[in-house]
Design a protein around this ligand. Structure first.
Ligand code: GLN
Length: 465
């Protein structure tokens, strides 16, 4: 089969399913087919040759739009590629489209997108999760085998869990953030969705590594993830933080993750009790630090440098105000205000400085836990996919979705969500494995063995043929 045929199929499926799912904000026929023809004409042996991939619309792609799901960047085209995109292109992967997302990656349901919500292919009356909901659905609905998303507090793992696919967040510094539009720079990562752990690992191997253009990317060797994926896992130590399996956790999700702990035992892993005593402060700390950084990062959208500018304004100051008033949605404005507040001189010590101290304690919890185990198991999300509109008027209820995911971002450690069950309503459930710094290979190995022995065995109602 030619690469053109593979790419045409992905493009056609994207076009066909988008009216129902709204997962793509742009479908890149011209670019993708031109790249396919170039690859078909060449003889190079590339690791991802002709592999169609979808990319969240906050990752810069030359010649394509990058809107961040916001009116303020509507029609904005970056003039450069993110490092991850450059590396994917060089490995032969082809971007077939840019995906829908919560505005500036702020949200857990994809309902804060300026371009309409994404629908969950398992049940289109439900959310796909967020903020990388479009990328999750592009993979879950079978249009592509893998996609890039971004992770600030769980935006790859949570939608992966709600859509029944694999979602991966690397160690902070493992993948260059160059070209990822900043939300909260000390928490942001590029993450990967895959239909399988193998696809996820294949993409990670290509995009991981030090990049001169991102000073926070780390100079740490990148192992051959695919080579280690099938290793035996007997004797691996999996830590269970029992205290986190209590309040607020849906009983079916709890039962499913408890069953998967048994399943890991059957694969030869040893289960150990651990504690993450400060995890309960994760949400509070995250929503202080993330909003503080966002209020600073989003100051650049002023109607002068990028994208949208309000019309009919008399003076510069009015133009700034009106542009931001009209260009940003409700959730983004809420976060800018919260972030500005926690950084203001009278409140800085009480909120921001204190949150930074607790962040250190969250990180120390992990350092301590990883002296006892190789990976930590928890649910990824406290519930299955909820109904569209169910939580969109209640920011706190929405923020609580991130209870299991934010701590890994605060600490900077890697984590992965793997499908582990189906609820009585026929919706997927995900388990989360969190690993020590730079132990992506261990996580992918554990996840891959789990997936091989305990496959989900179900597909969403809407799935591309
Ligand atoms: N749901 C979280 C938030 O709204 C996480 C977002 C993310 O990881 N980008 O901030």
């Amino acid at each position: 089969m030619t690469i053109r045929t593979i790419i045409e199929k992905a493009l056609n499926n994207a076009v066909k399913l988008n009216p129902q799912l709204n997962s793509f904000l742009s479908i890149e026929n011209e670019h993708a087919l031109a790249q396919a023809d170039t690859l078909d004409a060449g003889t190079d042996d590339l690791s991802l040759k002709g592999f169609p991939i979808a990319v969240k619309d906050n990752i810069c792609t030359k010649g394509m739009q990058t809107t961040c799901g916001s009116r303020i960047l509507q029609n904005y085209q970056a003039h450069f590629n993110a490092t991850a995109i450059e590396k994917l292109n060089a490995a032969g992967a082809i971007v077939v489209g840019k995906t829908n997302m919560d505005e500036f990656a702020m949200g857990s349901s994809n309902e804060s997108s300026a371009f309409g919500p994404v629908k969950n292919p398992w049940d289109i009356t439900r959310v796909p999760g967020g903020s990388s909901g479009g990328s999750a659905v592009a993979v879950a609905s079978g249009v592509v085998r893998a996609a890039l998303g971004s992770e600030t507090g769980g935006s790859v793992r949570q939608p992966a869990s709600l859509c029944g696919i694999v979602g991966f967040k690397p160690t902070y510094g493992r993948i260059s953030r160059y070209g990822l539009v900043a939300f909260a720079s000390s928490l942001d990562n590029i993450g990967i969705f895959g239909q399988t752990v193998r696809d996820t690992a294949g993409v990670l191997g290509v995009i991981a590594g030090r990049d001169e253009r991102d000073s926070t990317s780390a100079n740490v060797d990148v192992p051959d993830y695919l080579a280690e994926i099938n290793n035996e896992i007997s004797g691996k130590l999996i830590g269970v933080p029992h205290a986190l399996f209590g309040e607020g956790l849906d009983s079916e999700v709890r039962a499913s993750v408890e069953q998967s702990i048994e399943n890991f035992k059957n694969l030869g892993a040893e289960i150990v009790d651990i504690e993450l005593p400060h995890a309960k402060y994760g949400i509070a700390v995250y929503y202080i630090i993330a909003t503080a950084e966002a209020s600073s990062n989003l100051a650049r959208y002023d109607g002068v440098r990028y994208g949208f500018r309000a019309e009919e304004t008399a003076a510069l100051r009015e133009m700034y105000f009106k542009t931001r008033e009209e260009g940003f949605g409700e959730e983004v404005k809420r976060r800018i205000m919260l972030g500005t507040y926690v950084l203001s001189s009278g409140y800085y010590d009480a909120y921001y400085a204190k949150a930074q101290k607790v962040r250190s304690l969250v990180k120390q919890d992990y350092e301590h836990a990883f002296t006892k185990c190789d990976a930590i198991i928890t649910p990824t999300s406290p519930s299955v996919a909820f109904k569209l509109g169910e939580k969109s008027r209640d920011p706190l209820a929405m923020y609580l979705n991130d209870v299991y995911t934010v701590s890994a971002n605060l600490a900077g450690v890697p984590a992965i969500s793997v499908p582990c069950g189906i609820s009585s309503e026929g919706l997927p459930i995900g388990l989360q494995l969190t690993g020590n710094f730079w132990s992506e290979n261990t996580l992918l190995n554990l996840a891959s063995r789990y997936e091989e022995h305990f496959p989900l065995g179900a597909k969403p109602k809407i799935f591309a043929e």
